[in-house]
Design a protein around this ligand. Sequence first.
Ligand code: HEC
Length: 142
Amino acid sequence: MIALALVEPRPPAQTATHRLQPGDASVIARGERVYRTHCAACHGARLEGQPNWRERGPDGRLPAPPHDASGHTWHHPDEMLFKLTKYGLAKVANMKDYASAMPVYEGVLSDEEIVAVLSWIKAQWPADVRERHDQMNRQARP
Ligand code: HEC
């Protein structure tokens, strides 16, 4: 994926922050249901993503990346993951013509469902990756 580094540093101070809750059993149970229904078809039942996910297809679009430790989902802080899922890549990266196969979930999933599914994804990462992600969140927050 491209250009996200440009917008990564921190969300505008006035926006609400959405913290993932990978340690909350009821949140991740809900998140798993959301994942199976809305995300698994592309990102894989085991978070493995689609084959050759780093290479654009003939339509110029990237395949779905894995959400496990081999992908770069964990390179983005909570708020960035929330925005990518809710508003889509084009909007978050501020490139309105960017063609992405990733759907926009605004109006489809509630904010709580988005936090839940991302929390479940995080709960699947190995402890050291979760710890690095926690560290990144601490740096990203004002
Ligand atoms: C129709 C296929 C499809 C579905 C369904 C889908 N995604 Fe995606 N997703 C993609 C693709 C393709 C990308 C990479 C897009 C790009 O870079 O252009 C992506 C990228 C992402 C990213 C950015 C990952 C990164 O490493 O930068 C996140 C976060 C994400 N998806 C979350 C979700 C969640 C959560 C769901 C379910 C609620 C979901 N996606 C459902 C196709 C899909």
